[in-house]
Design a protein around this ligand. Structure first.
Ligand code: N2P
Length: 389
């Protein structure tokens, strides 16, 4: 049967009521009708078949199939889930004003907290901000929507160092947001000599005035580096040694706490804290004696990225936000507030105190966190053991 005959039959069946609306739409799309044309036709029919309605024209060429890269209209809402203290105070307001999109903005304190929500499909988020190795995990679990690059007209501003990262080949899912390092924040007015080793977290002199982050990768990673190993190690013997160090240190720590430790550093309740460089810079704005060091044994370097969950209800608006923050002025505003490095090359000369890209020498001491694959469970168990010790 020719396409035309099939189509005539389909319309005839629908108009006579032999075919219901749902299967009519499905079959018409299979035959190449465009969604717009179908919508107009159905509207003209008044929502259902009417025996008296005129038959639709049948000699028009079949409409092209809907474009899979077309995300439709921009929408009116956007739900963002980001780390705390990780955006400028005016970024969201500027975006809302320019686009008319209303943003709901929630925050989290660790990749694990964010992933737990995403994996059970909670929150209704359109955009989350995982660290590199987590992009790999979420992508492999089929939880991310691929980027539609045609909406990212400002993509050219991304510095070459952040293109095609190992954690997301071809930037299939991720738009780089900020990059930074994990080291030690300390009160230089009280801690002398300044710390230069992860071993400070084993020094009883600072009992109950020290914290490490509430983060499985950063805590175990620091103890691995302390003993001269990769922070991506999976060898059970190395992990056991890291566990022993972590448990010895735990007896001296005030808490496992991440970004919210800033207030305690400023107040002087905490004098030494494992922390990221940017959050340390934020605390130093309030209390200039707060300084930052990457220990001699080395620490982690990471890039966090914007990604869109597969279940996101507002994917087009999410792309609009991505393109917005790829603008140099907006990107510079974000890094000026967060104290982290920008992956936006065009924003570099707009920064108040730009974090320079790490040079060769620094990169030797810094290591990217990688997906641990099958060893993830062992690490998680270790973390549970440490926390309950
Ligand atoms: C937000 C810092 C997040 C960096 N305060 C973690 N990669």
């Amino acid at each position: 049967m020719s396409h035309k005959t099939t189509r005539d039959q389909l319309f005839a069946d629908f108009m006579s009521g032999r075919k219901d609306r749902r299967s009519f739409i499905r079959d018409a799309i299979t035959l190449g009708a465009s969604v717009t044309a179908l919508g107009a036709f159905l509207e003209a029919c008044g929502g259902g078949p009417e025996p008296a309605a005129a038959p639709p024209p049948t000699d028009a060429p079949p409409a092209p199939a809907p474009d899979p890269d077309d995300l439709g209209p921009i929408g009116t809402e956007l739900n963002i889930y980001n780390w705390s203290d990780y955006i400028a105070e005016d970024t969201v307001a500027l975006f809302e004003k320019e686009t008319g999109i209303k943003v709901r903005y929630d925050t989290y304190e660790s990749n694990e907290e964010m992933m737990a929500k995403l994996q059970v499909g909670a929150g209704g988020y359109d955009m989350v901000v995982p660290t590199g190795y987590i992009v790999t995990v979420l992508g492999a679990q089929g939880l991310l929507a691929p980027l539609k690059k045609k909406y990212l007209t400002n993509w050219g501003n991304v510095a070459p160092l952040f293109l095609d990262p190992a954690f997301d080949p071809g930037n299939e899912y991720a738009v780089p947001w900020q990059w930074g390092t994990t080291g030690i924040a300390y009160r230089s007015d009280k801690v002398n000599p300044p710390p230069d080793s992860w071993g400070i977290f084993l020094d009883p002199k600072w009992r109950r005035r020290m914290t490490q982050m509430d983060d499985v990768r950063d805590v175990i990673g620091s103890w691995l580096r302390y003993r001269g190993h990769s922070l991506n190690a999976t060898d059970p013997a190395l992990l056991d040694a890291a566990k022993a160090d972590a448990i010895a240190s735990k007896a001296l720590l005030k808490a496992y706490i991440s970004a919210p430790v800033k207030g305690q550093l400023v107040a002087g309740d905490v004098l030494v804290a494992q922390l990221w460089n940017g959050d340390t810079a934020q605390a130093a704005v309030e209390e200039p004696s707060i300084k930052y060091v990457v220990p001699k044994e080395g620490g982690s370097i990471w890039t966090d990225s914007l990604v869109i969950p597969k279940t996101a209800p507002n994917k087009r608006a999410a792309h609009e936000f991505m393109n917005f923050i790829l603008r140099p002025d907006i990107a510079a505003g974000i890094s000026n507030f967060t104290g982290y490095g920008t992956p936006n090359a065009a924003a570099m000369d707009k920064l108040e105190s730009p974090v320079p890209y790490p040079d060769e020498e620094e990169r030797k001491r810094l290591e990217y966190q990688k997906d641990l694959g099958a060893a993830t469970d062992a690490w998680d168990q270790l973390w549970t053991d440490i926390k309950s010790a």
